[in-house]
Design a protein around this ligand. Structure first.
Ligand code: CP
Ligand code: NVA
Length: 307
């Protein structure tokens, strides 16, 4: 049976540690200009997008190429997915061609359905509910700044929308055991079931209303856009709900000394975060983006065994 990466709960803490060791090695090799590995042996990996993407598309395409495979990039409108072909059929058809399917779409159930019917690994490249590849790269980035200090002793703060990224940070905290303070405006909480299960597994996960309280003692402060993809039609009421949830220098000053600032990008400077924070020495946003590539190479190697 194929192993999938649809939610962060699809991996264990041990698997995560293994992936991070591998990521560090692949990153160091690439920094020495050793790009190519023969792991995929020419095999194709599908990249399917029903929403826009810059980082995910480019980092996965580079990762597949550098692992000796090739990417077959599909946009929703160009495929029979857009004309309603049953997912049970598409999954079995694509499994005859591809060695894995990386997919970005709206409804997470589509990934579950594809994973049930197909015979290849399904990787979540973002849904309305989760973004596990991003959080895997983000936590690898965080560990790079810990200088050997244990991750499970860390407090991470999430400020802003209880969106797909917030849900995934909750699951990562549940799997890896670090503490997580989420400050979300009322009415914009993370998914109820994900939060409930997260707190059951890790009582160090806390939902609160005050950003100042959430960042106190935090070694990493995280935020994301106010309007995620597909939510652009929501009323401007949302901006006023988020008025007191901007990550700015005053808020960063309340975090632990040396705290880093994290954002999955794309950012909207002046909305969820100030340009000053994005451009500050605390900001690791471009390391997070770079690490998408290295972490995804490790992940693909793991999910698609060598020939
Ligand atoms: N962070 C992220 O997933 O970026 P893209 O939407 O550009 O892929
Ligand atoms: N929450 C954002 C993340 C983008 C990478 C969105 O879903 O649009």
């Amino acid at each position: 049976m194929s192993k999938h990466f649809i939610t962060f709960r699809d991996i264990t803490a041990d698997e995560c540690a293994f992936l991070f060791t591998r990521t560090a090695k692949l990153k160091a090799e690439r920094q020495r200009n050793q790009y190519m590995r023969p792991h995929l042996g020419g095999r194709p990996v599908g990249l399917f997008f029903a929403k826009p993407s810059t980082r995910t598309r480019v980092s996965f395409e580079c990762a597949i190429n550098e692992l000796g495979g090739h990417a077959v990039v599909l946009q929703l409108k160009d495929t029979q997915f857009s004309r309603g072909e049953p997912l049970s059929h598409s999954a079995r058809v694509l499994s005859r061609y591809l060695s894995a399917l990386v997919i970005r779409t709206f409804d997470e159930n589509e990934l579950v359905e594809l994973s049930k019917w197909g015979s290849i690994p399904v990787v979540n490249a973002l849904t309305d509910l989760h973004h596990p590849c991003q959080v895997l790269a983000d936590i690898f980035t965080l560990t790079e700044h810990l200088n050997g200090r244990p991750l499970e002793k860390q407090l991470v703060a999430w400020i802003g929308d209880g969106n797909n990224m917030a849900n995934t940070w909750i699951e990562a905290a549940a799997v890896l055991g670090f503490s997580l303070n989420l400050a979300c405006p009322e009415g914009h909480d993370p998914n109820k079931e994900i939060l409930k299960r997260g707190i059951r597994d890790n009582p160090g996960i806390k939902l609160m209303r005050s950003p100042a309280e959430a960042v106190t003692g935090a070694g990493a402060v995280n935020t994301d856009v106010i309007f995620s993809m597909g939510q652009q039609g929501e009323p401007d009421q949302k901006f006023s709900d988020f008025r007191d949830y901007q990550v700015n220098s005053a808020l960063m000053a309340k975090a632990a000394p040396g705290a880093i600032f994290m954002h999955c990008l794309p950012a909207h400077p002046g909305e969820e975060v100030t340009d000053e924070v994005l451009e500050s020495p605390a900001s690791v946003i471009f390391d997070e983006a770079e690490n998408r590539l290295h972490v995804q190479k490790a992940l693909l190697e793991y999910l698609i065994p060598a020939l």
